[in-house]
Write a protein that binds this ligand. Structure first.
Ligand SMILES: CC(C)(COP(=O)(O)OP(=O)(O)OC[C@H]1O[C@@H](n2cnc3c(N)ncnc32)[C@H](O)[C@@H]1OP(=O)(O)O)[C@@H](O)C(=O)NCCC(=O)NCCS
Length: 291
């Protein structure tokens, strides 16, 4: 089967195939299957728009595996300043364990050449963990906190304000300190597609968060107490009926009391995988697709 599959650069015409194949491939639970089936057209278009955003900015990192016209695998990588990031990696179930994933990952890692650091947010899939560990990544296990936010737990007087485009410079500086690279066009993309920017600047430190319907997309700050305030502000920034605080590594224990006080439940999740030179990555909750 491997010889019928061609690994080639992605094109804009692949976006729909990438969406359908990867959405199916990444389903790990019945709840996720239900969430994907229930996605509205707007959400589907937002995701395809994200792949096209990567293709526009990082054509050298975007690869698909195809059998004829059918997309059967994808790896989307981006490079921001000195850091390489893997945003999406999936192979259709029928095509797995035949080296297609390895071929895609090798192409995507080729785009890392000359970068000093690399990171990705992994699923719990054993084949993915095998591929990343064998590619030299260190695996940092994480927890995810999820559930409904207890509205009466939300603290008053948070030292956080709504951000504007004028705060992108602050965000870039905090990002360079924490992760070794600014998010560049990705932060603008997140804000253009409905995320909200929250900013903290006070004597304790500074930082920013990107909130999406009450869940944090990114929380980055120079001090844990500032990060905790930003996380609270994300949880307060939406109806809070179903939120997720993802990618809590052992370096983000500042986030655990917030999640517990907000009434969320902790469960184990996939690791953050890191390689080479990055920032301290704390206090920091990354974005899965943009890290
Ligand atoms: C991760 C994924 C992309 C790998 O694709 P693939 O084409 O199967 O990859 P490869 O065939 O190159 O490599 C898979 C490796 O895992 C091994 N493997 C497969 N299933 C395994 C399992 N249950 N436990 C341990 N190892 C397993 C295979 O033997 C192979 O190792 P080898 O090459 O040393 O023999 C694919 O499994 C997938 O789409 N998973 C679901 C989506 C997902 O979780 N993606 C990662 C998001 S971070």
């Amino acid at each position: 089967m491997r010889d019928r599959v061609l690994i080639r650069p992605m094109t804009p015409a692949d976006a729909a195939g990438v969406y359908h194949m990867s959405s199916e491939a990444l389903i790990a639970t019945a709840e996720e299957a239900e969430e994907i089936r229930g996605r509205g057209a707007e959400e589907v278009e937002r995701r395809k728009g994200r792949y096209l955003h990567f293709l526009e900015h990082d054509p050298g990192g975007a690869w698909v595996a195809a059998e004829g016209d059918r997309v059967v695998g994808v790896a989307l990588a981006l490079a921001r300043e000195g850091v390489w990031i893997l945003s999406l990696f999936a192979v259709h179930e029928e095509y797995r364990s035949a080296g297609v994933g390895l071929g895609l990952l090798e192409r995507a890692l080729g785009y890392a050449r000359g970068r000093k650091g690399a990171m990705l947010a992994a699923s719990t899939h054993p084949a993915a963990l095998r591929r990343y560990a064998l590619a030299g990544f260190d695996l940092l296990p994480t927890l995810v906190a999820s559930g409904a936010v207890r509205r009466d737990s939300l603290p008053a007087g948070l030292k956080v304000r709504a951000g504007t485009e004028d705060d992108l410079q602050l965000a870039a500086e905090v990002d360079r300190l924490l992760r070794g690279a600014a998010h560049g066009p990705d932060l603008e993309f997140m804000l253009q597609t409905g995320c909200r920017l929250l900013v903290a600047e006070n004597p304790a430190g500074r930082g920013y968060a990107v909130a999406w319907e009450g869940s944090p997309g990114i929380v980055a700050a120079t001090a844990p107490e500032v990060a905790a305030d930003l996380l609270w502000a994300c949880l307060a920034d939406g109806p809070g009926e179903k939120v997720e605080v993802r990618w809590i590594t052992g370096f983000q224990n500042w986030a655990v009391p917030v999640a517990l006080r907000a009434g969320l439940s902790l469960s184990p999740a996939g690791p953050i995988c890191v390689k080479g030179e990055l920032g301290p990555l704390t206090p920091y909750l990354p974005s899965g697709p943009f890290l």
